[in-house]
Design a protein around this ligand. Structure first.
Ligand SMILES: [Zn+2]
Length: 289
């Protein structure tokens, strides 16, 4: 019996309660443990995001699902946790369904719209039968993810309406957001577009990708306008790398048993926990589990 849950309930509650649920992407055991323990400590529901690249890095989706399930059991994690494929291809989506993920993002945004619509429809049906949540994407999101470069255009509200009407659990739609680090001259989120997408999609929870570098006030405003899930990835990578760099630069690995991998990785682990806590507070999901 899986301990993982679909993201559907947590997102519908977030939409009704005007707060955001965090999707934190994981890369390894330390990342996963940091996110799970912080979520439990702060009584926050959480979505663990796994890109196809991260899944491959961890040797496969089955390994990831088994690690998360095992860790939830050994750490006695009782807050709602969804294990979610991030920016999946069609084949990747099918592989994650088979591997025991509880939530899927099918990113057909680079396909011709009719093909995105057809493949999303097939996955809506498969996920429905299995009780999994499904995120769809319309209009590519700027920046770079797993080698896919988006152009950063805003999504077309009419295309959003068509995809939302298929019965997807949540919808990612570009509103000027970018993956990775934002350029200095970034003009900010397009709230006018968000308003049109909200009006076109009814009560489908919306997803904000590329959370790193969007000013907190803009994220909070987007949440009040119907964004119920905010994805965080790059920011955890940056603090993990900085904390690890500091440990090495201070020569701590050269003192005593400082070379022990559990010691080398500890500052990065703590830095992720701190960043996740900060994000939960901004999104308003503390105590919502
Ligand atoms: Zn994304």
């Amino acid at each position: 019996m899986s301990r993982l849950v679909s993201a559907k309930d947590m997102l519908n509650k977030a939409l009704a309660g005007h707060y955001g649920v965090a999707q934190i992407n994981i890369n390894n055991l330390e990342w996963t443990k940091a996110v799970l323990t912080t979520s439990q400590e702060l009584k926050a529901p959480v979505i663990l995001g796994v890109s196809e690249g991260a899944g491959k890095y961890m040797t496969g989706f089955k390994t990831v699902a088994n690690m998360v399930e095992g860790m939830m059991e050994s750490l006695d994690i009782t807050v709602p946790v969804a294990l979610h494929l991030d920016h999946g291809t069609y084949n990747g989506s099918v592989a994650c369904i088979n591997a025991g993920f509880s939530s899927i993002m099918f990113d057909g945004s680079s396909l011709p719209f009719e093909e995105n619509l057809a493949k999303t429809t097939a996955l809506v049906n498969a996920c429905d039968v299995l009780g999994l949540s499904l995120e769809a994407e319309v209009g590519s999101i700027g920046g770079e993810e797993d080698g896919v470069i988006g152009m950063g255009e805003c999504a077309d509200p009419e295309e959003c309406r068509k995809i939302a009407s298929l019965g997807v659990t949540m919808l990612a739609a570009g509103i000027g957001n970018i993956h990775g680090v934002y350029p200095e001259n970034w003009p900010g989120l397009r709230f006018d577009v968000l308003e049109k997408i909200r009006a076109a999609t009814g009560d489908v929870p919306l997803v904000l990708h590329g959370g790193t570098g969007i000013p907190d006030e803009q994220v909070k405003k987007a949440i009040t306008m119907g964004v119920s899930k905010v994805n965080v990835n790059t920011e955890c990578q940056l603090v993990f790398a900085a904390a690890t760099r500091q440990y090495i630069e201070e020569g701590k690995d050269l003192k005593g048993k400082g070379f022990d991998p559990r010691k080398v990785l500890a500052p990065g682990y703590e830095a992720i926990k701190e960043k996740v806590k900060e994000k939960f507070e901004v999104f308003g999901c503390v105590g919502k589990a």
